[in-house]
Design a protein around this ligand. Structure first.
Ligand SMILES: O=C(O)CCC(=O)C(=O)O
Ligand SMILES: [Fe+2]
Length: 220
């Protein structure tokens, strides 16, 4: 009995557990855990160039989630609508480039979920303070729905609401933890989804917030 654990002491950890949530939806538990500190450092560098901002919806509401972007294109919202733009409207400069480690993570996670060859051209970075939620929506401002969405969670946990093809379809609650990567594409590409209000807390690496990086192919 006493020797049992020692047998495994030198083995690498098992591959991260992949959970299929739909025909085109896979949750890669803890997939980015080891890379998380480097990814958070990369986010901090991006934010130094393109700071957090709360965007305005076309209807005139201030969004609760603070956002920025990296990559050739960034997602924005203002009175004129939702769209992808190459320049940060705050800085007037191109969005910071996609860090290589983020491109690698996107490709590896998409491949692990059954979508090889994913090359994102946009990464929306969301910052949720405690109490912040994201209401049910589809990601449909992209030109090419054949490409999946790769969504990385860092910091405080959250409950992701995964719905169906119609707004009124029932939703399932998916806890998303620090280091989790959720991929949806193919038949699930246009599923409605949202995030419940983030609970109060303090994470060792992000402090009192949750970060989400959503990698997408916006243009063909
Ligand atoms: O924060 C999340 O987990 C999801 C974010 C999202 O759905 C979006 O940015 O479109
Ligand atoms: Fe979304």
């Amino acid at each position: 009995m006493s020797g049992t654990l020692d047998l495994f002491a030198d083995l690498p950890p098992p591959p991260p557990h992949a959970e299929r949530l739909g025909p085109g939806t896979v949750l890669l538990h803890g997939y980015a855990l080891e890379r998380a500190p480097a990814l958070i450092a990369a986010v901090e560098r991006i934010i130094a160039a393109s700071p957090w901002r709360q965007m305005i919806t076309p209807g005139g509401q201030t969004m609760a989630v603070s956002m920025s972007n990296c990559g050739p294109l960034g997602w924005i919202s203002d009175r004129r609508g939702y769209r992808y733009v190459p320049l940060d409207p705050l800085s007037g400069q191109p969005w910071p480039p996609l860090p290589p480690l983020l491109l690698r993570l996107a490709d590896e996670a998409a491949t692990a979920a059954g979508f090889p060859g994913f090359v994102p051209d946009a990464c929306l970075i969301n910052r949720y303070a405690p109490g912040t939620r994201l209401s049910l929506h589809q990601d449909r401002d992209e030109e090419d729905f054949s490409q999946p969405i790769v969504s990385l969670s860092l910091g405080l946990p959250a409950v992701f609401l995964l719905g169906g093809a119609s707004r009124n379809d029932k939703t399932v609650k998916i806890p998303l933890l620090h280091g989790d990567v959720l991929v949806w594409g193919g038949p699930d590409r246009l599923r409605f989804h949202g995030v419940q209000p983030v609970k109060d807390g303090n994470h060792a690496l992000t402090g009192p917030c949750r970060l989400n990086l959503t990698l997408r192919r916006a243009r063909r």
